[in-house]
Design a protein around this ligand. Structure first.
Ligand code: PAF
Length: 277
């Protein structure tokens, strides 16, 4: 039986009844199979699974899609029936009695790069809500998708830098049969746009095919000819988020973002590189 609560007080009371290992899967709802891979992973590694569903206004900038972000709580609860033990689905006023909050989390320089350069304040909003969700649910482990690679890096930094008492688990990107990374925003794409969007996963595959040679991966990403409105195509040191050059050996993150019609899409892959091979 999946229990649904909507207020922080109800959540704390329900959490207090859970013994054993607790996993949290934070989401903004509009659940698709990508989310369910996180929920299934949570089930594998924990005794109890909590899923939060909250479209967090703090992480949307002016003119972004906060109002039109897909919301269907009834469908999400049907999807989660039996898969989650506890669902936390608060209203904005439950999460933020004072909005904007008097105190919030600010991230460092990393939050101003890539996604953060395009969406100023986005990661501070994410870090603030995630900190609140961690405090309210006191999970032993929290599960995030690799798809939002910069978000994952920032949440790892949040947990490490603030000594938060939980571990993080990252789950690989779930893809549709045509290769497109699953995202709640894919529903905005027309059939034509969806075809164009496949350029992202093609570029990811080209980078993977060029690995492990560092120079070849950098070339594959730089030579990308797909006619898309790219926000960035970057190859980074996965441990530090610094841009790499041809002398780099180690785990690299190829991280890309583009606009297709009015929709921003992200994709990435992790490749093991060796300089000069
Ligand atoms: O990745 C998301 O869906 C959101 O950024 C998160 C982590 C649930 C915070 O609102």
């Amino acid at each position: 039986m999946t229990k649904v609560v909507t207020t922080p007080d109800e959540l704390r009371a329900a959490r207090a009844e859970l013994t054993g290992k607790v996993a949290l899967v934070p989401t903004m709802g509009a659940l698709h199979d990508g989310h369910m891979t996180l929920v299934r992973r949570a089930r594998e590694i924990a005794d109890h699974v909590i899923v939060s569903i909250f479209v967090n206004p703090l992480q949307f900038g002016p003119g972004e899609d906060f109002e039109r972000y897909p919301r269907d709580l009834e469908a999400d609860l049907a999807t989660l029936a039996g898969a989650a033990d506890l669902v936390f689905a608060p209203e904005v006023a439950d999460m933020y009695p004072v909005l904007p909050p008097r105190v919030s989390v600010t991230c460092g320089e990393i939050a101003t790069l890539f996604e953060g350069a395009i969406r100023p304040g986005h990661f501070d909003g994410v870090a603030t809500v995630v900190t609140k969700l961690f405090t309210l649910t006191a999970p032993d482990v929290a599960i995030f998708g690799q798809k939002d690679a910069q978000q994952l890096f920032i949440i790892r930094s949040l947990v490490e830098d603030l000594n938060l008492p939980l571990t993080l688990e990252a789950v690989p990107i779930a893809r549709a049969d045509d290769g497109l990374a699953l995202s709640s925003r894919n529903i905005y794409l027309s059939a034509e746009e969806r075809k164009a969007a496949l350029a992202l996963s093609r570029l990811v595959r080209a980078a993977e095919a060029a690995a492990p040679n560092t120079a070849a991966v950098l070339r594959a990403v730089a030579d990308n000819r797909a006619d898309l409105d790219w926000d960035y195509t970057a190859v980074l040191d996965h441990r530090t988020f610094a841009q790499i050059d041809e002398s780099f050996s180690g785990e690299a993150l190829v991280m890309i973002a583009a606009r297709v019609g009015g929709t921003r899409l992200l994709d990435n892959t992790i490749v093991h590189l060796r300089a000069g091979e």
